[in-house]
Design a binder for this molecule. Structure first.
Ligand SMILES: Cc1ncc(COP(=O)(O)O)c(C=O)c1O
Length: 431
């Protein structure tokens, strides 16, 4: 039998290129809290947490205990054929923590699956074909979700034609706007663009829904002005369009409240959740009112594994941990501290064009200081250098120019500081 070392040596032969060619593909063997250990025994501080999934840290003891208990009872029996407690308990808990108006839930296994379900739901409910999403948005890689995704054109190579009647509008990127000093003006420009889309391409009466990430993730950790999300709500109300928040990445405490919708105080009609929901077990959920969800016929959608007993048990424990340990509040308190430290670095290194974020969803954009052009190559070198020094990071943005910080929400302060110190040393080493 091959050793793990031999297998990692054959990674490119064994795995398909989209998996094998991602980077850094660090061979790891175990993880706990905010640390992950490489196959050679090196300890890394993990500021990626499995793509912003482990908001409670790696292998939180309460989540692991709930999973072990569930493994001893029931692993799989399929919702519909059977009804089991963790899925119902989770729906009850989600109803308590999600924004007002979200009352009932559909379960899937991944973020993309939640988006697919929501796309079908909004068309079913409104009987309208059109769906609007935004440039820079990321919603997943299955066909429907990929059609909404517009964060990198290369995702679409050789994949078209995609799902019809999907349109894209402009997301307010304050840092990249000529009106950088006036965020509400940036929001207004984006909303005006959407109104022009209604004039030139699709009548609002034909639009079922607007899908938006309340904070763009993969697109570069872009925080919109609140007036943009409020404006979307108004436009949706005016035209009977459903507002869908993709909180796959921003949900479960990361932005300082359970959901970004609550931070911005804007109510979505449909809420898509995944990633942080179950501390690393595959699960997603779509939430909506009874009125919207109730319009789905019983055969309109379905799943074999969605709402899996083990994943839903993990999710119930995750929500308990988030509340008991006040992790959203912790993200809200630590976020400004991290941003302050990064802004200090920005003063020292002019290659840091922008520092932005909300809660513990924080991005640092690298630029050519002379032209302000995005510098993905430099961000890549910083990440490689940080890795050599024991910090695991991952980029975002269309050029890979943004380093995104997505630590566990229960990261100890000394570990957070150590990680930020490594980041600063890494930048100093490459500029
Ligand atoms: C905002 C958002 N939506 C959807 C997805 C897709 O989720 P998954 O990779 O679980 O399909 C992602 C994944 O990064 C995401 O960040």
């Amino acid at each position: 039998m091959s050793t793990f070392q031999e297998l990692t040596g054959r990674l490119k032969e064994l795995l398909a290129p989209p998996l094998a060619n991602d980077w850094p593909n660090l061979p790891v063997t175990r993880a706990e809290g905010s640390f992950i250990w490489g196959a050679d025994g090196t300890r890394y501080i993990d500021f990626t947490q499995g793509f912003a999934v482990n908001n409670t840290g790696h292998r939180h003891p309460k989540v692991i205990a709930a999973v072990k208990e569930q493994l001893d009872r029931l692993v799989h029996s399929a919702i519909g054929v059977t009804a089991y407690e963790p899925a119902l308990r989770l729906a009850e808990r989600l109803r308590e923590i999600t924004p007002d108006g979200i009352e009932t839930f559909y379960f899937g296994n991944s973020g993309a699956e939640a988006i697919e379900a929501a796309m079908k739901l909004v068309r079913y409910h409104t009987r309208r074909p059109g769906i609007i999403a935004f440039w820079g948005g990321f919603h997943g890689r299955t066909y429907g979700a990929m059609t909404l995704t517009a964060s990198k054109a290369k995702y679409r190579i050789a994949a078209e034609p995609l799902v019809p009647s999907v349109y894209h509008s402009v997301y307010p990127n304050v840092f990249r706007s000529p009106y950088r000093d006036d965020p509400d003006r940036v929001a207004k420009e984006a909303l005006d663009h959407l109104r022009r889309l209604f004039l030139y391409e699709i009548e609002p009466s034909q639009v079922a829904a607007i899908f938006v990430e309340p904070v763009q993730g993969e697109g570069g950790y872009i925080v919109p002005p609140a007036s943009f999300l409020r404006g979307l709500r108004e436009i949706c109300d005016e035209h009977g369009i459903l507002l869908v928040f993709d909180e796959v990445q921003s949900g479960f405490g990361r932005t300082g409240k359970m959901f970004a919708a609550q931070v911005f105080d804007v109510r979505p009609d449909v809420l898509c959740m995944a990633k942080g929901i179950a501390s690393g077990f595959p699960l997603s959920a779509v939430g909506a009112s009874h009125k919207i969800m109730g319009s789905w016929g019983s055969a309109a959608h379905g799943t074999t594994f969605g709402g899996h007993p083990v994943s839903t048990a993990a999710a119930v424990a995750t929500i308990d941990v988030l509340i008991e340990e006040k992790l959203p509040e912790r993200a809200a308190a630590l976020g400004p501290r991290v941003m302050e430290r990064l802004r200090e670095m920005q003063k020292r290194f002019p290659v840091i064009g922008d520092v932005r974020g909300i809660g513990l969803m924080i991005g640092m954009e690298f630029v050519d200081p002379k032209t302000n052009a995005p510098d993905g190559e430099l961000a890549h070198r910083v990440i490689a250098e940080a890795l050599r020094r024991g910090l695991l990071l991952y980029p975002a943005g269309p050029y890979g120019q943004v380093i995104r910080l997505m630590p566990a929400l229960n990261v100890p302060e000394d570990v957070l500081d150590e990680g930020l110190g490594i980041l600063e040393q890494a930048i100093a080493a490459v500029v």
